[in-house]
Design a protein around this ligand. Sequence first.
Ligand SMILES: Cc1ncc(COP(=O)(O)O)c(C=O)c1O
Length: 392
Amino acid sequence: MNLFDVYPINNIIIAKAKGSYVWDDKGEQYLDLYGGHAVISIGHTHLHWVQRIEEQLKKIAFYSNSIKIPLQEELATKLGKLSGKEDYQLFLCNSGAEANENALKLASFHNGRKKVIAFSKSFHGRTSLAVSVTDNKNYIAPVNETGNVIFLPFNDEQALEDCFKKQGKEISSVIIEGIQGVGGINVANEDFLRKIRSLCDQYGAVYIADSVQCGYGRTGKFFSHDFAGVKADIYTMAKGMGNGFPVAGIIIAPHIKPKHFQLGTTFGGNHLACAAAIAVLEVLEQEKLLGNAVMVGKYLKEELSNIPELKNVRGRGLMIGFDVPESLKDLKKNLLMHQKIFTGEAKPNVIRLLPSLALKKRDAEDFIDALKEEIAVMSGSNNEPAVTEVNA
Ligand SMILES: Cc1ncc(COP(=O)(O)O)c(C=O)c1O
């Protein structure tokens, strides 16, 4: 049987990983500034995370949500404390798309409405509702098409206000990434997020903060929406939550009440997933990784801004993007092939950095040196065409 060929991939087999490094099957070492689509939050194979999972595996790996799972409560308490959302309620699932799917559905159950506002360049996942609020026609199959989604320009307060004025009573929810990831590291303006909050309050719509990529401490605050000083009604989380163990969830404001059977899952919140997620929160706290993300992120942004070929350096904490000129369009590929550094990309010609939040300053320094070297080499030579990559 062949694999279903849905991704163009790099011809590299990763055999081992530790912290911010991975090694291929020939023993070659790579610096990982991408964390496999922003997933590695506390570092590859962190000892505490491995131990927690191992210990749990020996006790019980899975039982369904038909019984009490105290680990879920332990996770909810710890998550509430670290995120500053102690009065919220946790629902656990398995992936970012599923988290958004549940958030959109719950919002619609809550206010009985159908329409959703989403924004240009958004990415919210590939399941039916999640993909319908994703601004990329190539991902939307005819069966996913719905007349319920209104796309508005990102960061455009006037367009948002006009839309609410026209159809405010029909709007069920507004879904927005605090920083767009796949769209190219586009930071939502704080005023824009505050405007969403006030319009949702005024018209009874639900504010959904997609924090799948920009959440879980990556920006230096637990949720990037926190920078605007607003509280969303639902936050969706996935990627960094399990440091590679598949676990996701939504946290829900207290005024949205649960009703039996509206949401459900077989695998979501299983014992092993909870153990992995608790371990991540413990490490984030003990090793003060949000502070590290701010410190190393600041260093990286300053250094990147001083490289004249790179434009529009942006982002927060360890979620950083910058534009590369057409002449350096192969930079990402060359960083991987020549400098042995994994980075991410977004179309067209944006490089995304999404490393572990435990990235050390000296690793960031090595990256800057390698980047300068590669740019110098490329500026004086012709290059082969780039491999096209589609990111999750
Ligand atoms: C902001 C955002 N939301 C949702 C998703 C979908 O997550 P998953 O691939 O786990 O379904 C992604 C994935 O890249 C994402 O970046």
